[in-house]
Design a protein around this ligand. Sequence first.
Ligand SMILES: Nc1ncnc2c1ncn2[C@@H]1O[C@H](COP(=O)(O)OP(=O)(O)OP(=O)(O)O)[C@@H](O)[C@H]1O
Ligand SMILES: [Mg+2]
Length: 476
Amino acid sequence: MCRFCTRSAVRGIRFVRQGNLLNTTTFRLVLIYLALFVTSAVVLLGYVYWNTAGFLARQTDEAVQAEITGLAEQYAQGGLAQLVHTVIQRSRDPRQSLYLVVDARGSILAGNLDRRPAATLGPDGWLDFQYHRRTMDGTEEHTARARAFDLTDGSFLIVGRDIQELRSIEQLITSSLAWAIALTVAFGLVGGVIISRNMMARVDQINQTSRNIMRGDLSQRVSVVGSGDELDQLAESLNNMLDQIESLMVGMREVTDNIAHDLRSPLNRLRTRLERALMQPGATEEVRTELERSISDADHLLSTFNSLLAIARAEAGSQRDTLSSVDLSELVRGATELYAPVAEEAGMVCTVDIEDGLSVFGNRELLVQAIANLMDNAIKHGGQADGVPPQMLVRAYKEGRKVLVSVSDNGPGIAEQDRKRVLDRFVRLEVSRNTPGSGLGLSLVSALAHLHSGELTLEDAEPGLRVVLRMSTTEV
Ligand SMILES: Nc1ncnc2c1ncn2[C@@H]1O[C@H](COP(=O)(O)OP(=O)(O)OP(=O)(O)O)[C@@H](O)[C@H]1O
Ligand SMILES: [Mg+2]
């Protein structure tokens, strides 16, 4: 995977990690489950309410209704006198029934209510009101429910019940149900948070391992808790996959290394033989030209093998132990002094701008190699076609905690969409087909930047290309 892809993937994971608890799938599932659970609890408790408090209320209404039917019969049989008589008798009963008969002039004729209630009729045709009930110690305010009728002779009848006790039962049931729902929601939420946090911690651990692997430590593995659940199974599958990838990568690296290594010696021998043959007297001009071409091809192959080996070594990270504090100012100055004559020979104006006292943690030879590759590219690919003198600018400077080395030219540059892929092995742009090279120079610089925990960026120098190598300073 190229370096840029790795960085964006790492950024992606960080983004996911920044999400809060509400964004986790587990917590969302818990909320959905909780909503379903609360809905079913409300339906169930509603049914319980309907069967308890509701049943009592309906029973009270039915009792009143039955009394009304009885009194209506009395009134039909014996008129107001019989009704008053029956109401007087029934009012003596100390149960919860309430009565009041008032004549057309407004005088109370019978009943245990001492006045006509001031309440207005409800939409269900019932009167809900407060009244004063006589007790042993005086009076108490009670709630009542009744029906009222205008009789044909102008008098007025109220039949009802004291529902004080019923209201208390209703209140008790309602508050119990409210508490039950509140506790269900509270326990559900607390449980959800605990489960989600637990899951998040494990997913975070998998993310952390992936990040470490993407940074180059392929030996990392996701930890397995041992519970055998889905996350454990996922961790095991990931670990098996990583084992396979690691063994494939090690195998590939070994094969590349071995091929490059084993082919180098016979190639060197071949080159020596060709050189010797070239020195033999008597060869025709044609043979000499062919021999010289063959030597140049062998050189190209050797340099390709060397580059491949250098990239493999840098990617393996085995040279990390060789890194030490390096004076980068002096190092870049040395490299430019070495390459400036080559640039000038190619007709290029080479400008150098290096800040003093820059230091990084690195390998001197590898850093010189990286800078040389960049300068080589500027000389090879940075030439101007339209007659403007080709220029190269090498800078080394500090920016915050970072030390930057940049090599810019005023050539054709690299189009934005090609800047990532030129870092891959053997990629050469179409325009460079006629220049010598194998497309490994930038791959090596990229691998070396990675080895130095640095960053390599290709930018538009307007015109031309600017390649920037960014590393951390060792200054305290
Ligand atoms: N300064 C530059 N200006 C324009 N194009 C460039 C520049 N540097 C690199 N490139 C393009 O990127 C390609 C890859 O560069 P890289 O250094 O990897 O390979 P190379 O220079 O072609 O060969 P090698 O470095 O192996 O000798 C080049 O072939 C070229 O097309
Ligand atoms: Mg190159």
